[in-house]
Design a protein around this ligand. Sequence first.
Ligand SMILES: C[S@@+](CC[C@H](N)C(=O)[O-])C[C@H]1O[C@@H](n2cnc3c(N)ncnc32)[C@H](O)[C@@H]1O
Length: 379
Amino acid sequence: MRFIAKTLYGLEKVLSEELRIMGAGNVQIANRAVSFEGDMGLLYKVNYCSRTALSILMPIADFRIRSKDDLYKAGTKIEWDRYMDPDDTFSIVPVINSPHFGHTGYAGLILKDSIADTFRKQTGRRPSVDTDNPRLLINLHISNDQVTISLDSSVVPLFKRGYRQEQSVAPLNEVLAAGILLLSGWNAASTFTDPMCGSGTFPIEAALMACKIPPGKFRKFFGFQRWRDFDEDLFQKVVFENNNKIQSSPVKIFGCDISGETLQFAKTNVAKAGLNDAISLEISDFKDLRSEEGGLVFMNPPYGQRIQPEEIDTLYGMIGTTLKHNFPGSTAWLISSNKESLKHVGLKPKEKHILFNGALECILLKYEMYSGTKKTVKV
Ligand SMILES: C[S@@+](CC[C@H](N)C(=O)[O-])C[C@H]1O[C@@H](n2cnc3c(N)ncnc32)[C@H](O)[C@@H]1O
């Protein structure tokens, strides 16, 4: 079977590596998605274990259209009774970029009518639409003439791990945080510090990796559990096999923040994730922190948009000075959307990646600290 794992821009490669390691075949990178092949066991495993997928789709029909009517006709040819019965509810998510449909919602309405009419003809009854809590979530993707209809096996996006009880004003998406850690090659071999940890996303995702805790462990539900062919025994096997790998963290993981109120959010989330033993949290201004040689620093400072520090450029200047003087021999990864302020860090980046935090284009920069590296450079 072929599946499509959706992800955030810039994380396609790390997702493809995750999928290969999990045993996926024919892994192909696309735009904000990776397609792969495997069986139902792999579909369950990817939902349960992938750190960088947002959702996993299972295509059930692929075809070309020349007009709107072709979508309706092709919809009536799908064996919908394989996936739902007339008493079930469904919902359609249309993703449309096609000259045949000026209005995205219209394509969804056509497919909805096609499904309802097919059931009515066959059984005299029809399933109803429930956008809040559907039994089946159908993804309708149309790019020019090419239509792909898929079932969404995740339904609730996979960045919703289930551990986040509290959030600061500007939390990182969990998939983005995990993707950055994988991009960096994080292998739980060095001390980890997030000196501006907010609600704790970086330390929690780092600790989940260090402890080999599947990110799906805290979720109550995956879409495939409502499918007609759901194999509970197979799913429990996947859960058991992967929970069995859980270990204690081999390294120290620290989260700090200048705000006691924000750090309280992190404490709640860390406790919910069962990571009290793996993560130490402390109130501190970054400028007062120091690290041992060879540590890793991940930070997501305020961008100056949603959070307004008085002097955002001064803050970024302090980040550069503190990294240089207090973190010798460390490697730091810094993500921000504020390109102007990033110039004030004043350190020469070793790597640069473009990523998106929600709608905001961000730069992820890697700095390696040695004595005397502070120079003024263009980012
Ligand atoms: C964008 S938020 C981080 C969000 C976090 N990554 C998350 O997922 O929740 C930036 C954080 O930096 C903290 N901060 C700002 N200035 C600081 C400083 N000088 N030292 C330590 N933390 C600081 C803020 O309190 C805020 O929680």
